[in-house]
Design a protein around this ligand. Structure first.
Ligand code: CA
Length: 528
């Protein structure tokens, strides 16, 4: 027996809805509203609920996601070729701080078990990170990390992992270009992520442009050990532990490896002495993003994340949303939700910077959508952005970070816009730099995304994906489309799971399988 046709309409003004049934719906299927499908419509794709004349707006989320390129009869498949994309909203004359969401009662009494750092921040994992100034040292550091894991880590049971902060930057770059500030501060701030416990050690080649003292100038990092480091090929200038491979004291490869291992051991001893303690949920710093999105992202997973974002903010926590090209088309919604005119101005500053960055490359925001997004029913970036933005929930936007900037304790709390590209690995890297201690990632097409430094909770937008990827997806928000759970229920499920994962009581699937994507630094400056 054919399944009952199910469609999802996001707003009462919408003249299209998406088909929710697995496998889509055949031509001739009759919707509960009486509309009969004229075409086969794939899952996640849009069906016209009424006749739409050529040039008329196609409305989803209550806004025009495009204009009809031809007459579209009710019951037709509204595919991307039938949509002309609107221009991006100009960045002048935007509504500023006009929306004052009704205050919601604070959520009290929620806690997790975390590692309190000297600067007050809290880690959800206890990890030794080895910072690298340049890609040249990656092979040697990687070799040393394998040995540290095999030979040293078993002696330090309170330490979760050892992570080499490998990246593609550090030399062969125009390091004095104004935009080089972005990759440099990103790497600096990633090294200071709360999950690394304030223990900073660096492996340097010696001749690279990004010298250790440029990456981590005195005063930019905590000094954990005042004792002078007297190891071969290692130095502690300004308190920074550096192993320099070109140091003349090193004779042979093994000398370098052993030097890194000896330095690592000191940090491991201090990390191992740390204990989890009960801290309020307000110490969570959550980065939210999406990747491999489909038309369900904005109907199931992202609204559930948005509901959870509100819960977190009510609990006093910090939540960052990002992905500039995926909020650009909703800039008016965001400037209206800005807590102050200054926040709205910072938001506009980031959008304008990114518009210009794309223009330099002779593209615009429409370069964002992927073949998979389109297959999943997202016709263009406007539709994708409207679904992406709902991850930010409904609270006022309290602050804005430029790419690579770090949250300041006491200054940034609540809902923060951390400007990043939408690229999953670059966004994740920049949110790590900002100081996130937990990551939430929604996906409709499916991606096995993970980060070595921070647990990543993955939320599936569709039950079909959650079934097939049962050992990769942590939460199934497809139950919302199936009518088995509400947005609020999945939001609460996610909130509770976050506290368990943050406490180390639960591991995410990506942690279980040790699936880690690379750190990818955003470098808008030239290479040489
Ligand atoms: Ca993304």
């Amino acid at each position: 027996m054919p399944a009952t046709p199910v469609t999802i309409r996001m707003h009462e003004r919408d003249n299209v809805a998406i088909v929710a049934n697995d496998g889509g719906l055949p031509a001739g299927a009759r919707l509960p509203s009486g509309v009969e499908l004229r075409d086969r419509v794939p899952q996640g794709h849009k069906v016209a609920l009424a006749d739409i004349g050529a040039g008329a707006p196609v409305l989803r989320y209550g806004i025009p996601i495009g204009h009809a390129a031809a007459d579209i009869a009710a019951g037709s498949w509204v595919h991307e070729r039938l949509l002309a994309m609107p221009e991006a909203r100009a960045l002048e004359g935007l509504p500023v701080a006009t929306v004052k969401p009704a205050p919601q009662p604070p959520l009290e009494g929620y806690t997790f078990e975390g590692y309190r750092n000297a600067d007050g921040s809290v880690g959800t994992r206890n990890i030794l990170a080895i910072t690298q100034t340049v890609q040249c040292v990656a092979g040697v550091t990687g070799f040393a990390v394998q040995r540290i894991k095999a030979e040293l880590l078993p002696r330090f049971p309170n330490v979760d992992d050892v992570v080499a902060l490998e990246h593609g930057y550090g030399c062969g770059v125009a390091i004095d270009a104004p935009d080089a500030v972005v990759p440099i501060r990103t790497l600096r701030h990633v090294s200071l992520n709360p999950n690394f416990g304030g223990e900073v050690m660096v492996v340097s080649l010696g001749c690279e442009k990004l010298q250790p003292e440029r990456l981590l100038p005195p005063g930019s990092f905590p000094i954990t050990d005042e004792r002078a480091v007297a190891d071969v090929g290692a130095s502690a200038e300004g308190g920074l532990d550096v192993v320099c491979l070109q140091d003349e004291a090193h004779v042979g490869f093994m000398s370098m490896v052993e030097s890194i291992m000896r330095q690592a051991e000191e940090h491991l001893e201090r990390l191992n002495a740390r204990q989890r303690e009960t801290v309020p949920a307000s110490e969570l710093v959550v980065g939210v993003q999406c990747g491999g999105s489909d038309a369900f992202s904005g109907a199931t997973a992202n609204p559930a994340v948005g509901f959870c974002t509100d819960l977190l903010v009510r609990a006093g926590a910090t939540v960052m949303f990002s992905e500039t090209t995926e909020v650009r088309d909703g800039i008016d919604q965001l400037t209206s939700r800005a807590a102050t005119p200054e926040v709205a101005a910072a938001m506009v500053r980031e959008m304008a910077w990114y518009d210009e960055y794309l223009k330099r490359g002779s593209v615009d925001r429409s370069a964002n959508t992927t073949p998979g997004n389109k297959k999943g029913g997202l016709a263009n970036i406007v539709e994708k952005a409207m679904g992406s933005i709902v991850k930010s929930g409904s609270m006022p936007i309290a602050g804005v970070l430029a790419p690579g900037e770090k949250l300041e304790r006491g200054r940034h709390r609540g809902l923060i816009y951390a400007a990043t590209p939408a690229s999953d690995f670059i966004c994740g890297t920049l949110q790590l730099a900002a100081g996130m201690n937990l990551h939430v990632f929604t996906t409709g097409r499916g991606t096995p995304y993970g980060l070595a430094a921070v647990p990543v909770i993955k939320v599936a937008t569709r039950s079909d994906l959650a079934r097939r990827w049962h050992d990769l997806m942590d939460v199934n928000a497809g139950s919302i489309a199936d009518g088995r759970a509400s947005i609020e229920e999945v939001g609460w499920e996610l909130f509770r799971l976050m506290l368990d994962v943050a406490s180390g009581r639960r591991k995410t699937w990506a942690e279980q399988w040790k699936l880690h994507n690379a750190l990818v630094l955003f470098n808008p400056a030239p290479v040489t």
